[in-house]
Design a protein around this ligand. Structure first.
Ligand SMILES: [Zn+2]
Ligand SMILES: [Zn+2]
Length: 158
């Protein structure tokens, strides 16, 4: 039993079950958000698909984790507010175009836009996309390499 998973469940007054403990341990291991499919796969030996989603819903409702929608797919992440006692439910996310990882920018908040009369918001999905710290380095290096190739080619043409 992962100690922190146990603590989180206890603090949220949720019963401690194997699927919940396993979902939390898995999510605690990664810096990025994890897709429902990945969790289904990780838990396939201990429970069925609907149990996975039922538990994901229970954990989301208790605010231990949060759900992020991306390209019609849900990804899940431990709610940073729950860990640091600082609730910032509406924070922006960052999607890396290269490795596809999704990060929580939980120390930032989102300014809620005014809605026209009669519009009811259900949530905010604010995603910044670009390159994460690991991928932006690789990108710059490959751009440098391309420049270098170009210069060499030019040199050879002379
Ligand atoms: Zn990346
Ligand atoms: Zn988040």
């Amino acid at each position: 039993m992962h100690y922190l998973s146990y603590q989180l469940l206890k603090e949220a007054r949720l019963s401690i079950t194997k699927p919940r403990e396993k979902i939390l341990s898995y999510l605690l291991r990664y810096e990025e958000a994890v897709s429902g499919h990945t969790l289904e796969y990780e838990l396939k030996d201990i429970c069925n698909r609907s149990t996975v989603y039922r538990n994901l819903n229970a954990l989301s409702k208790a605010n231990i984790i949060h759900r992020i929608y991306l390209d019609g797919e849900s990804r899940y992440k431990i709610h940073p507010g729950f860990l640091y006692k600082k609730f910032n439910i509406n924070h922006p996310h960052f999607e890396c175009k290269k490795c596809g990882r999704l990060f929580c920018l939980h120390d930032q908040s989102i300014h809620k836009p005014e809605l026209p009369d009669g519009f009811v918001a259900e949530g905010i999905n604010y995603i910044i996309y670009g390159y994460c710290n690991a991928c932006s380095k690789v990108k710059m290096e490959s751009e440098d390499a391309q420049k270098m190739d170009y210069l060499i080619e030019k040199q050879n043409q002379k």
